[in-house]
Design a protein around this ligand. Structure first.
Ligand SMILES: *[C@@H]1O[C@H](CO)[C@@H](O)[C@H](O)[C@H]1NC(C)=O
Ligand SMILES: *[C@@H]1O[C@H](CO)[C@@H](O)[C@H](O)[C@H]1NC(C)=O
Ligand SMILES: *[C@@H]1O[C@H](CO)[C@@H](O)[C@H](O)[C@H]1NC(C)=O
Length: 378
């Protein structure tokens, strides 16, 4: 009944103003029914006004403490979607603290029922609903979202054509055996394995699969104290092993690319790493570079742009933030506890844009800024 009255109201408006004058505006929208969802992950989607026929899909995965909405407004993908007509899926973690589950046996297994499975089901739903191009599905993410990018590339290699990971860890490195665990051995860069071991870790997430695999683009900063920079090397070991490239000697090394802090390491057509010297955990999302890597723009190979990377994004600056006492935005929401009179446990969030909880860490841990949105007791 309610639906019919809304519909008839809409039709009346349409007949009054003329359908062509109704401005349709794309918006971030939650999809509550996308298939099996045993892990409870939430699905948000951005379908641009100018949707291409048989559109590509980018899955954009947020960081710990992030939300679909924060990643939607903090990254350039939705804006680029309007320009190029692709769809963006923004999954949202169901867990407190909104890190992704990249640590349980379920999520580290093809069709294992964990978060990776839920996200794969979001993709399948979107391909069917919007007649999207199943050969042009891509995944990207930041921090915990970059970990998930690597996990999805290993668990659903048949689904993704290319991936771009900002400040993550190798697929399987965060294994703890529990859901949404925190593996500090890995985060601190102490999970060091051979190329073969890392490759097998990824390959074993979908045993028996012999088809194509996503080409991988990996970003990391040398001054990352949340996920130590060794994780850059270990991630490149993993994917170079999967693709059969030599880890120790990249085919090409290009300095000051895409901007002065970064060096680009080309291992082969399917693997490129960008290492930012002096760059912290907040590597800015480089939307133009991602679109070129995905083949949505250009020839499908990474291109050098003359535009400074930071200008392509609304993400926080790449400057290493050394403050230990993050400023929290003055809360419009009521703090659940009064900052200053409570302490956050080890690993807990202690600051970031919009954060209203405890900003002091339990001794002996300090509140470390990861990016504008997230500080953590480490
Ligand atoms: C997935 O789980 C979330 C959280 O429980 C729920 O909000 C959503 O409706 C579920 N979606 C599906 C398709 O089951
Ligand atoms: C983290 O990973 C390492 C190496 O795989 C493993 O030895 C360690 O037990 C893991 N940590 C936790 C907390 O499970
Ligand atoms: C990791 O890779 C970077 C970039 O190639 C390099 O500068 C650094 O020495 C490597 N670290 C180790 C331990 O190999």
């Amino acid at each position: 009944m309610r639906l019919s009255s809304i519909t008839s109201g809409f039709l009346a408006l349409a007949s009054f103003t003329g359908a062509a004058e109704i401005v349709k505006r794309a918006a971030l929208t939650q999809v509550t029914s996308f298939g099996a969802n045993t892990s409870g992950a939430k699905m948000y989607i951005y379908v641009p006004d100018k949707l291409a026929a048989n559109p590509a899909i980018i899955v954009a995965v947020h960081y710990c403490s992030g939300t679909a909405s924060a990643y939607y407004s903090g990254t350039p993908y939705a804006k680029l979607a309007e320009q190029y007509g692709f769809i963006v899926i923004y999954p949202e973690s169901p867990y407190s603290g909104t890190c992704w589950d990249v640590s349980s046996p379920a999520t580290l297994t093809h069709n294992g029922g964990g978060n990776s499975n839920s996200i794969a089901n979001m993709v399948t739903y979107t391909i069917s609903k919007y007649n999207a191009d199943s050969s042009r599905v891509f995944v990207t993410g930041t921090s915990s979202g970059a970990m998930m990018t690597n996990v999805l590339s290993a668990t659903y290699p048949e689904m993704f054509a290319a991936a771009s990971a900002y400040s993550g860890v190798p697929a399987g490195c965060f294994y703890t055996g529990s859901v949404a665990g925190w593996n500090s051995t890995c985060s601190q860069g102490q999970s060091i394995h051979t190329q073969t071991e890392w490759a097998n870790t990824a390959l074993n997430m979908y045993p028996g699969y012999t088809g194509a695999r996503p080409k991988m683009q990996v970003f990391h900063g040398s001054a990352d104290t949340t996920l130590y920079p060794q994780n850059f090397n270990e991630t490149l070991k993993q994917w170079s092993g999967v693709f059969g490239y030599t880890y120790g000697s990249p085919q090409q090394t290009v300095g000051q690319n895409p901007s002065s802090a970064y060096t680009k390491y080309v291992y082969g057509p399917n693997l490129v790493g960008y290492y930012g010297v002096g760059v912290g955990h907040s590597v800015p999302v480089m939307g133009d570079l991602d679109l070129a890597w995905f083949g949505i723009t250009g020839g499908g190979s990474p291109t050098t742009t003359s535009t400074p990377a930071a200008s392509t994004t609304a993400a926080p600056s790449s400057t290493l933030v050394t403050s230990t006492k993050p400023s929290t935005t003055s809360a419009t929401a009521t703090p659940s506890s009064t900052p200053g009179t409570c302490t956050a446990a080890r690993w807990a969030q202690c600051g970031g844009s919009g954060f209203t909880g405890c900003t002091t860490c339990a001794s002996p841990y300090a509140c470390k800024v990861s990016n504008a949105y997230y500080s953590q007791c480490l």
